[in-house]
Design a protein around this ligand. Structure first.
Ligand SMILES: *Cc1c(COP(=O)(O)O)cnc(C)c1O
Length: 450
């Protein structure tokens, strides 16, 4: 089908839209899929084709599209007020959400600072940690982060991030960060395997902390799994050890759970897997169930109290975003938490996550699958030219892209990161949809790589 409406919209897209992370010259050659509607775990385009939302609309959707309770909460809030400022005023949904969040996150994180995306949630944690030490009279101005980290695309978030294609070009703009090794065991730079790899990575952090801890404000980590690095899951014990070292050296720990929060890894928050209590927790993506842009940076009373003082000392946290604490977003986020409560979302995930790993094991058999990494409902399938040498395909082959394009013909929308195929369906995905999704991905890899 090629409806006149679809045709017109695709043409206007090419005339006016600049897509994120996209080489637009390539985009111009293709016929983009234009989404018109969505229902449950399916996206529907202008031509009436349906696609399983295999990446949860970029890792945000949790309970499916058109979830009645979330839709209703937004509509009800719409009838009251859509937005008023949190500067000099407060509002009902932002207060209620803050209380609700403080009850579900790892213990001790009582104070909520709102913004509207993951990058700002990270910037806020970095600036708070920086100012915290300033107020304490210590000269801790540096951060330690991990190899392969992704924390967002703003300048501070890029400075702690380390994925070449994202940040290399902007290096002159970025502040210097200490870099510890994250256990990407499949491509261990030292060619060690677990558990030795784990030890080496922990050791790399320990080395930095023992030498430079006096100058380090905080350590930032994507707990349990680095998303944008290609779903790199850390071996058991790694996160716990990172947290222990930070405590030992008196360094604040920032947990960036923008991707992992709200059930993605099979627990409400990834920190729970190893009983870690960070000093900062950054939340965005799934916080509204994927309905509206909202983010939150949570911290402890200890951090919060350090900022208290006389007005004229100017110790307040001078940071804020115009849409901070937006009522519609907060109302959606409350409704999202209600779904977790009423539907026992986390408990019901168990059978789905085991089925998911079981299905993925069939894909492992394919000749060009180098590695499959999986936790909860997140998976990364790393495709390689040669399995034994782990040699990647040449970038110009665009293997990851081609597999995803093939999958869209089979009714599954997914997006790769390089040659790693990312699967991250909504938590509400049905078992039958999971089976279909993985089957289509299997067929698409086979079709493209032969
Ligand atoms: C997506 C992501 C971010 C950035 O969030 P945006 O809303 O895209 O700015 C930060 N950290 C992690 C771990 C992410 O996955």
């Amino acid at each position: 089908m090629d409806t006149p409406k679809g045709k017109r919209l695709r043409s206007l897209d090419k005339t006016h839209i600049w897509h994120p992370f996209t080489q637009m010259r390539e985009w111009q050659k293709e016929e983009p899929i234009v989404i018109e509607r969505a229902k449950g775990n399916l996206l529907i385009d202008t031509e009436g084709n349906t696609y399983i939302d295999g990446v949860s609309s970029l890792w945000v959707n949790l309970h499916g599209h058109g979830k009645k309770t979330i839709d209703r909460a937004i509509k009800e809030q719409l009838g009251k007020v859509s937005h008023s400022t949190l500067l000099g005023l407060s509002n009902i949904p932002s207060i209620e959400l803050a209380e609700r969040l403080s009850k579900v996150v790892p213990k001790g994180l009582k104070r909520v600072f709102y913004s509207d995306n993951g990058s700002t949630a990270v910037e806020i944690a970095l600036k708070m940690a920086f100012q915290y030490w300033q107020l304490k009279g210590e000269k801790r101005t540096r951060f330690v982060a991990f190899t392969g980290a992704y924390h967002g695309d703003t300048v501070g978030a890029m400075s702690v991030g380390e994925i070449d294609v994202f940040v290399k070009r902007f290096n002159p703009l970025l502040f210097k960060t200490y870099r510890a090794i994250y256990p990407y065991c499949y491509r261990c730079p030292l060619k060690k395997s677990h558990p030795e790899c784990n030890l080496i990575c922990v050791e790399s952090l320990k080395k930095i902390l023992s030498r430079h801890h006096k100058y380090i404000a905080a350590c930032i980590i994507e707990p349990m799994v680095q998303g944008a690095a290609g779903i790199v899951v850390s071996p058991p014990g790694f996160l716990k050890e990172v947290s222990r070292l930070c405590k030992e050296y008196g360094i604040l720990l920032i947990a960036d759970e923008v991707a992992t929060g709200f059930g993605r890894t099979g627990r409400m928050f990834a920190c729970e897997h190893e009983g870690v209590k960070p000093d900062f927790l950054c939340l965005a993506k799934g916080i509204t169930g994927g309905y509206l842009p909202l983010a939150a940076t949570l911290t402890t009373d200890t951090v919060y109290k350090t900022f208290l003082g006389r007005y004229e000392d100017y110790n307040a946290f001078f940071h804020g975003h115009t849409y901070t604490g937006n009522q519609l977003g907060c109302a959606a986020a409350i409704a999202n938490l209600d779904v977790f409560d009423h539907e026992n979302t986390i408990k019901n995930l168990g059978p789905k996550t085991s089925l998911f790993s079981q299905l993925l094991s069939y894909i492992r058999e394919l000749k060009h699958v180098g590695d499959i990494r999986n936790i909860g409902l997140m998976a990364g399938i790393e495709l390689v030219q040669a399995r034994k040498s782990k040699k990647p395909f040449p970038p110009s082959d665009r293997i990851g892209y081609r597999v995803c394009k093939e999958a869209s013909k089979g009714g599954v929308f997914i997006r790769p990161i390089g040659d790693t195929i990312i699967l991250m369906p909504p938590l509400s995905i049905k078992k039958s949809e999971l089976r279909r999704m993985v089957q289509v991905v299997y067929d698409s890899i086979l079709e493209v790589t032969g």
